[in-house]
Design a protein around this ligand. Sequence first.
Ligand code: PLP
Length: 407
Amino acid sequence: MDYTAQLDTAIAKLHDEGRYRTFIDIERRNGHFPHAVRTRPDGSQQNITVWCGNDYLGMGQHPVVLNAMHEAVDAAGAGSGGTRNISGTTVYHKKLEAELADLHGKEAALLFTSAYIANDATLSTLPKLFPGLIIYSDELNHASMIEGVRRNGGAKRIFRHNDVAHLRELLEADDPNAPKMIAFESVYSMDGDFGPIEEICDLADEFGALTYIDEVHAVGMYGPRGGGVTERDGLAHRIDIINGTLAKAFGVMGGYIAASEKMCDAVRSYAPGFIFTTSLPPAVAAGAAASVAFLKTASDLREQHQTQAKILKLRLKGLGMPLIDHGTHIVPVIVGNPVHTKILSDRLLDDHGIYVQPINFPTVPRGTERLRFTPSPVHGPDEMNRLVQAMDELWSHCALNRAELAG
Ligand code: PLP
């Protein structure tokens, strides 16, 4: 085989479809988020404002987090030096797990190196714990859940997005005695819509199924203490396994599940993705623990975040932009074509210093290509004005329709 030609073909296919991804090289400036410096391909530099980050609350530059990380580096050094089972469990990991269990009102929590790994490792391990397990998975679940369910060798059923009637049909069609689990998300990050948590919990009760929720785009941001939508809606106790990330609203890195002591113990004991990898650096665990603890009392920051999202949506809607609004903090503006989306994103960056990455297939369905803005409490009125003016100008320039898909 001509391996190089094969690689060329694979990459050319992405170029042809207009969805070849390029990195934007940025250096975030501590204390000045969302401002950053971009290094252009020619090596020159440009000041930019990041509008597509997932550091939703700016915790990545919060002194509480940075101090905890500095102290832990000074005290414990850089890496953890081992897997959790072989010298890689420190007081920092234990403290963070205790913070997370408390956040979700669960008996225990289990740390992973990312929420991707937490989803993949947990979902791919569950059939080992519950032989014959059938997993019912929302069609728009994140790639990490899809991958975990796909690799686990067990039975799976895919239900139409947020369609509880379809989920019921699938549950009814299966053996009532088979072990079952429903896997879904609380906030779907591409459309910014909520999952029907209560209705899914009701179905789980009716059919004797376990529940697994990904709260990655909600932890830190929803609920009186940042425990996610399940906390906000008083439903956390009805969920068997809550998955979350430490990399978005908590501003650091890492992922976890929160569940019963027994569930965590079993996953800890059986999941290769937990067992056979080095644990998070102590400083990362320390920073994340400080962030989780801080956000438990930072309702003001959560309110500012929601306000910023509401203002941006109102202003873009005022210009007739076709944006999807399900009441979450995510602001997706549908462009509907990968080439236009790329042009808009390039112009915003090159001409206005506004960085928003185009979102294309397969992350979203073809024809719904979009720009996805993530306003935060660190985006001030000036940044917002510049963004809205630039969008208005470029939208007209690209002769795009207004309010095509507004909903
Ligand atoms: N789950 C969802 C819904 C996500 O959007 C993401 C990341 O974007 C993840 C899981 C993975 O999180 P992490 O970045 O911690 O691996």
